[in-house]
Design a protein around this ligand. Sequence first.
Ligand code: LLP
Length: 443
Amino acid sequence: MSAFDPAVFSRNSSFDFDHLTIGGVSATELAQEFGTPLFVIDEDDFYSRATAWKNALEIAFGERAGTVYYAAKAFISKEIARWVENAGIGLDVCTGGELAVAQAIDFPSSKIELHGNNKSEVEIRSAIEFGVNSIVIDSFNEIERVARISSELGKTQRVLIRVTPGVEAHTHEFISTAHEDVKFGFSLASGAAWAAILEISQHDSLQLVGLHSHIGSQIFNSEGFSVAAKKLIGLLSRYRNYFSHELPELDLGGGYGIAYVPGEVTLDPYQVLRELAEVVRDECLAAKLEIPRVSIEPGRAIVGPTTTTIYTVGTTKEVELDGGLTRRYVAVDGGMSDNIRPALYGAEYLAIIANRLPLGPNCNTRIVGKHCESGDILIRDIQLSESTQAGDLIAIPATGAYGRSMASNYNHVPRPAVVAVIDGKARVIVRREAIADLLALEI
Ligand code: LLP
């Protein structure tokens, strides 16, 4: 069914009699002023989610609460980095490009953590020079690189080790496996993680401060996190037994799930972190370890629900299916270039008509984009008003994470603008790309 659902739209969204309003601005006004497709981000919603994760971590872990690092990969821009700073949380960057955004606004370097499974020497150098809080080491090659570069710069770099604990979690379920067939990190089961610890301890320019794991994305319960936490605490205990002192930090990554379609429930930060804190406390008690400072890296859970994409319908058509059924195709002015997730992961979304009341009965509808490819589908099956016609505005909520950040210029389509709305005012935070921007790259 296609109807406004407050559980899926951003916090300051409402369907007021006959149109969608976000942050006090109507979808129609937004489309008229800024054009479509358009990413509309609810600024107050971003702050309240960032603050909720910060508060939830502090309540769950008390004085052992570490840092909430917002995962920039979900969506970053200079303005978003300012909001992250204002919210008092940290930033997880995984490339030199994401780091450059932080540097551009002088984001406090002591609250930045650098990730990446294949960081370049330039990226490592830039991060160390900038003074990032920590670098999460992902491979044996990198131990040598980070050690050499920090030594050249006359610094001692704080590092964590990315451990693959043999837990893989995705929507609704997790699997605990004996081995870890992934490109990231050091396997716990194979002994690679322990070998990395020993190797790092040989370098004076590296200070190992803790362990890290990230078990997956769009996870809806605490079970997978708990299993990973137990395994990492086992390694902390082995470390203490061998070195006779304790590693003070544990970073359990991101992956907290959000609602994309009606019926799904966004994970409650207070509940999931309380459950996680219980496991960490019990395990540490059993191992006679001090509770480490626990950090997390939510990306999607902070920015995902804040953003709605507004499109304009350009064409519609009906096709006959087997069994006398029909399907209506509704084509919008964006598509897989601004939201690759349905094509890439089979991700599901809700859509509503945003500029008027949906008249008449619903019909089987497929919402597609404007790209030259049949797989350019935004919503495979949805019941949408049969009155949907060219010129209507379609709103798709929960597009804040991995939408604009994974956008492409496929078919030389310029990437959409991002507009922030708050208290009835709208302002562009990332301008719409122009064809001229694309042509300017060519020599
Ligand atoms: N920390 C690390 C080390 C990560 O690799 C990730 C995501 C995060 C934190 C943030 O995860 P989140 O809280 O946003 O789930 N493009 C995919 C998601 C890829 C996630 C990659 N790593 C998607 O659109 O669903």
